[in-house]
Ligand binder design. Structure first.
Ligand SMILES: C[S@@+](CC[C@H](N)C(=O)[O-])C[C@H]1O[C@@H](n2cnc3c(N)ncnc32)[C@H](O)[C@@H]1O
Length: 273
């Protein structure tokens, strides 16, 4: 009744951890979220491999895909079998099925073990040469694509996962342009951590004119702070910090005295016609 969830790393078989290799070697059956991952063809011989790729082709949404996969895995594990479920990268990075399994497993009497892997984040950062600190934001291209304004703080870098089609790249671009300049420099990263890895710097408006696939992510550097003695942040959070500073004991006496009532007179009102 144990469901072991194994991270397969970013795509180079050398990045499989020893713990992952052991769990995969000792399994009778391995359920792959997808066969479309470079490490799959280098898995240890022995276990019977199954994949959920056909679910992606028939279900209407990612939510439906994830629910179907989780239903099937928990049903098999709850029937008394120990099984291995293998996912690309790390199980705890952008894996919608894993969080659902963790929420539901205990209720069905299934024990869950996580075997971590190297996620796509580490080789992507190595390829671009940046550190995750300070403030790297990890966001889903699907969430960006459907938004009107990017759910990203532009004072900090962001890594956008799931840029898997030109349509998604185009929708992501349009949303990002509500915050970033059209020619804001970004990096399109493909297959980081594998022999085919590439990272291309380009202006934002170009991202939907490039080939993208299921191993493509977009790195968005922060908007540089404005010039002058005091760096001026771009984000709404930066503006909130400025106001909080002005209203703090060591801030500005005028700002500290203001209320909504006193500020009303400074609001500009369009004359009624
Ligand atoms: C559903 S997420 C799964 C992430 C995985 N759990 C991990 O830890 O790497 C899939 C997305 O991760 C990104 N990705 C996965 N492998 C990648 C790689 N080797 N290079 C760049 N991006 C990658 C792509 O944006 C892809 O659409």
């Amino acid at each position: 009744m144990t469901l072991t969830i194994v991270g397969l790393g970013p795509g180079d078989p050398d990045d499989l951890t020893r713990r992952a290799w052991k769990a995969l070697s000792e399994a009778d059956e391995v359920y792959l979220r997808t066969r479309h991952h470079p490490t799959v063809e280098h898995l240890p011989a022995g276990p019977e491999l199954h994949s959920f790729d056909e679910v992606y082709e028939t279900a209407e949404s990612f939510d439906a895909v994830y629910d179907t996969i989780v239903d099937r895995l928990l049903k098999i594990a709850a029937s008394g079998r120990d099984i291995v479920y293998a996912v690309p990268g790390d199980p705890m990075v952008a894996e919608g099925t894993v969080t659902r399994i963790l929420e539901r497993a205990a209720g069905q009497g299934v024990d869950v073990q996580i075997v971590n892997g190297v996620s796509f984040v580490e080789p992507t950062l190595a390829l671009i040469g940046v550190d995750a600190l300070p403030g790297l934001q990890l966001v889903d291209a699907i969430d960006v694509a459907v938004a009107y304004h990017p759910p990203i703080n532009p004072d900090y870098p962001a890594l956008v996962a799931q840029v898997y089609s030109r349509q998604v790249a185009s929708d992501v671009k349009l949303t990002l342009m509500n915050q970033y300049a059209d020619d804001h420099p970004v990096w399109l990263v493909r297959a980081a951590g594998t022999a085919e890895q590439s990272a291309q710097e380009m202006p934002l408006y170009e991202i939907d004119r490039q080939p993208v696939d299921h191993l493509t992510a977009l790195y968005v550097p922060p908007v540089p702070a404005g010039g002058g003695k005091v760096p001026i942040a771009t984000s709404f959070e930066g503006f909130q910090n400025t106001i909080a500073h002005l209203r703090a004991p060591e801030g500005c006496p005028w700002d500290r005295e203001q209320t909504h009532e006193t500020l009303r007179q400074h609001l500009w009102r369009r004359p009624l016609r």
